[in-house]
Write a protein that binds this ligand. Structure first.
Ligand SMILES: *Cc1c(COP(=O)(O)O)cnc(C)c1O
Length: 426
């Protein structure tokens, strides 16, 4: 759970290489049939739980309570009802008429930005808050980077009825004043973290530290498909509503499955939930889009699959951006949601077996895609899914006329200060 990367001496579990994988078809079969994550929380060599002994009780209980909830019709009914009346599910799907014409493809958008609080993060926050009632804990803690997950968690805690504390890097508290105000207004306590890099990485470390101090009274509501098992699986399960809806809507509205699906990958929660709808459809190409930033130089991007190596971060063995010495590397992206040096272990697995292809979009391509979506669709998309739109545009050149589906995972209102700085309108 330290943010120093692994292959640490004295931790034999960290000494994995990607070589632990068999035939890709068989490996995918294990995932689709539920054999992965296995008893140790692994997807092939990836995943696991690299946490202090003091947390093992809490995370084992979390897994057991979650497993029981997922087969309990009463939990499914409560979740479905709250998704409908509070989040606004199902979110719509629409054909992007203007962008299709402009880019020469048949483009569809899953309108996840219409979910309550403006992005997919609420699916996970609501699900885990409902689960916390079954855990019998007294309070919820969370980490946040730019504040989006903090706002979703504060809202879910207000709705479900939990006191909420959000750890946030001191630098981010400065930079994200409106989101700090939103969290406080929703009743959350916001704790600035002054250790480490004073951003998301330090906030996760701090939240894990406080969870260790009261593992049975507190639930740690982790915000992406990362961290120790069972979190990557838990978060994916709550986000898979996106892919389930999208596949059915595609069949109903377009009368067919798409040739390719695209989603932005930060920690990987919106992408993994969306992709799960299509993993078993071998004719559907799946593309995860990472932040290419300003260049391929270290520190200028957040493209973990393109430039990373396996290592341990935040309790989990996955792909990781690190320097020669194994220290976690600095990252950059124009979009705060993609600015993370790690990625969820299930993505590392899907990358290793080749079922999902990971591509990049640069800051500049992303800004062009924001403007194109505004002009042609009347939708201001967040910078994160605009990476996915930019990747569709790149893909379209070699795939004219084909059908693409993008998870438009967030709305861009939160990004106005960045847009005004980098691409002001006269
Ligand atoms: C937080 C966020 C992301 C990145 O998180 P994932 O876990 O990779 O989905 C992407 N898009 C939006 C709109 C976000 O708010």
């Amino acid at each position: 759970m330290s943010s120093t990367a692994a292959t640490k001496a004295g931790n034999p579990e960290a000494d994995f290489s990607v070589s632990g994988l068999g035939n890709p078809q068989e490996e995918l079969g294990k995932l689709l049939s539920g054999q992965y994550p296995d008893a140790r929380g692994r997807y092939g060599p990836f995943g696991g739980r690299f946490v202090p002994e003091t947390l093992m009780g809490a995370i084992t209980r979390l897994e057991e309570v979650a497993k029981a909830a997922f087969v309990d019709p009463a939990f499914a009914a409560e979740l479905r009802d709250q998704q409908r009346v509070w989040i606004g599910r199902p979110t719509p799907m629409m054909r992007a008429e203007g962008l299709s014409k402009e880019w020469g493809v048949d483009l569809w958008l899953k309108r996840e930005e219409l979910a309550h609080t403006g992005a997919h993060k609420i699916n996970n926050a609501l699900g885990q808050a409902l689960l916390a009632k079954r855990l019998g804990v007294k309070r919820i803690i969370a980490e946040t980077g730019a504040g989006q997950h903090g706002v979703a968690t504060a809202a879910a805690c207000a709705r479900v009825g939990f006191p909420c504390r959000v750890y946030m890097g001191a630098q981010d508290v400065e930079r994200q004043a409106p989101n700090v105000q939103r969290m406080k207004r929703l009743g959350a306590e916001v704790v600035p973290v002054t250790s480490g890099d004073q951003t998301l990485r330090a906030a996760i470390d701090e939240a894990l530290r406080h969870w260790v101090s009261d593992p049975m009274g507190t639930h740690y509501l982790l915000g992406s498909a990362v961290g120790p098992h069972p979190f990557p699986w838990l978060v994916r399960t709550f986000q898979s509503v996106i892919g389930t809806e999208a596949r059915a809507q595609m069949l109903q509205q377009a009368g067919r499955l798409p040739d390719a699906v695209f989603a932005a990958v930060g920690g990987g929660s919106n992408a993994i939930g969306f992709f799960h709808g299509f993993l078993g459809d071998s004719q559907v190409q799946i593309l995860g889009v990472e932040a290419g930033g300003t260049s391929d130089e270290p520190g200028m991007h957040s493209a973990t699959m393109a430039h990373g190596r396996p290592g341990v971060l935040h309790g989990c063995y996955s792909m990781l951006l690190q320097d020669e010495a194994g220290q976690v590397a600095d990252t950059h992206s124009i979009s705060a949601g993609l600015d993370y040096p790690g990625v969820g272990p299930e993505h590392a697995f899907l990358h290793a077996i080749g079922r999902v292809k990971y591509v990049r979009a640069t800051d500049a391509q992303t800004l062009e895609a924001v403007n194109a979506c505004c002009r042609h669709e009347g939708i201001l998309p967040a910078l994160e899914p605009s990476h996915a739109l930019a990747a569709v545009r790149n893909w379209a050149k070699a795939n004219p006329g084909k059908t693409a589906l993008v998870n438009l995972c967030g709305r861009g209102d939160k990004d106005m200060p960045i847009l005004m700085k980098h691409a002001p309108m006269a």
